[in-house]
Design a protein around this ligand. Structure first.
Ligand code: NAD
Ligand code: WQD
Length: 350
């Protein structure tokens, strides 16, 4: 097992998944520097991370497209490994403004790895997505499934994966993990850190939670005529805390030069109606819904084969759907306005 790095740069660390990754790293005794441009997050998330862990981290308000700034952070903080989550992630939005996605995700990652090369920091964990598989040809999806993303966002993830492979091919010192996340949901069990979408949520769980708390009237279920047990879409929902621990496992196991590409999912498929019922039970609230036409671009079912993650990283998810919904609900209940109005210790900025 690889000795853990001492100082980890987390790009996008103020975001939903990033904040949970920071908790996992700090709890494991690692030091953390976060670089985030706060385009889709609030610095208050990091104040809460520090409060949960009882440890401080360093925050740099900056953009991954600024190579010189990244170089400076890598060198001045003595960074030894990078977990790269920064980027844009909304599928529908990526159809509307694809160039922003290529610029933030692809160009941003190019700038980041160029800076890493210059600073001789060559250990990287990258947030990829199950969306790189596109329409499943078989289930569960293993890492050898053909790659054919169906939207610009997914294509940026695939381009980045390919770029990182080429980088490893050019220099044996690089150790890179591409982690293909399935559907991250839930929140930290403290209820202090969770997903705070701006505007109308695109994803199922945040929408369901806002219906349960009365902020939205009802859920629109996008289709109940799929070839699935109850007709609604089936997905592999994974607790964000399990997902975060997968990053720590990946860092620990990055001992071979080259690229390791791993699914992070549970292997279980749950339907939209499963989520509605489980959320109602967890919250004690009702989630009214209406069935509408299928959403363009959706697939009937998508879930992981998580075997390789267990074999290579010794990692598997352990939290149930009930716990995902209970933790998501606690976060929603305690923070009806997300991070607005947060009053916890200030984060150290430099
Ligand atoms: P998020 O939007 O909450 O977090 C992303 C963070 O990156 C935000 O804090 C944002 O401010 C920051 N950011 C964006 N562009 C930046 C830039 N150019 N420079 C610096 N910071 C920038 O999203 P998330 O759900 O936490 O996702 C994190 C990563 O995981 C993303 O790369 C996303 O594509 C990937 N991913 C997410 C999901 C999901 O369903 N949430 C699934 C698969 C993969
Ligand atoms: C799940 C199910 C919907 C909302 C997306 C991205 C993917 C990844 C994760 C980043 C589907 C149904 C949803 C609603 C509904 N992100 N639904 N009513 O589409 O599986 O994945 O997020 O990498 O790339 O595409 O997740 O939460 O949007 O949808 O009925 O209001 O819930 O139709 O069956 P999806 P989702």
């Amino acid at each position: 097992m690889r000795k853990l790095s001492e100082m980890v740069l987390v790009t996008g660390g103020a975001g939903y998944i990033g904040a949970h990754v920071c908790i996992a790293l700090l709890d494991a005794g690692l030091d953390v520097v976060v670089l985030d441009n706060l385009s889709n997050s609030n610095k208050a998330s990091l104040e809460r991370v520090q409060s949960i862990c009882g440890r401080s981290l360093v925050f740099r308000h900056a953009d991954i497209r600024h190579e010189e700034v990244i170089c400076d952070v890598l060198r001045s903080c003595g960074v030894t490994a990078v977990i790269h989550l920064a980027g844009l992630k909304a599928v529908g939005d990526s159809n509307v403004r694809p160039l922003s996605y290529y610029e933030n995700n692809v160009l941003g990652t190019m700038r980041l790895v160029s800076a890493m090369k210059r600073a001789n920091v060559k250990t990287l964990v990258f947030s990829s997505s199950a969306t790189v598989y596109g329409i499943p040809k078989y289930l569960p999806l293993d890492e050898n499934h053909p790659l054919c993303p169906t939207n610009p966002y997914g294509r940026t993830k695939l381009v980045i994966e390919e770029m990182l492979k080429d980088l490893c091919g050019s220099d044996d010192d690089w150790r890179i993990a591409n982690l293909r996340y399935f559907n991250p949901v839930g929140a930290h069990e403290s209820g202090l850190v969770g997903e705070a979408p701006l505007g109308v949520p695109n994803n199922l769980l945040p929408f369901v939670a806002q219906v349960a708390i009365g902020r939205r009237e009802k859920l629109q279920i996008w289709g109940n005529d799929y070839d699935t047990p109850d007709g609604t879409g089936v997905r592999d929902f994974i607790h964000v805390v399990d997902l975060a621990s997968g990053h720590l496992s990946a860092l620990r196991h990055l001992r071979q030069p080259g690229v390791l590409t791993v699914n992070l999912g549970t292997g279980n498929g749950s339907s939209v109606l499963d989520i509605v019922r489980t959320f109602e039970a967890a919250s004690g609230r009702s989630v009214p819904y209406e069935v509408r036409e299928r959403r363009a671009g959706d697939v009937a079912a998508c879930y992981a084969d998580p075997t390789f993650a267990m074999e290579t990283l010794g990692w598997k998810s352990i939290r149930s759907l009930e716990q995902m919904c209970a933790d998501h609900w606690r976060w929603q209940l305690q923070n009806p306005d997300g991070y607005l109005g947060s009053e916890l210790p200030k984060v150290r900025e430099r």
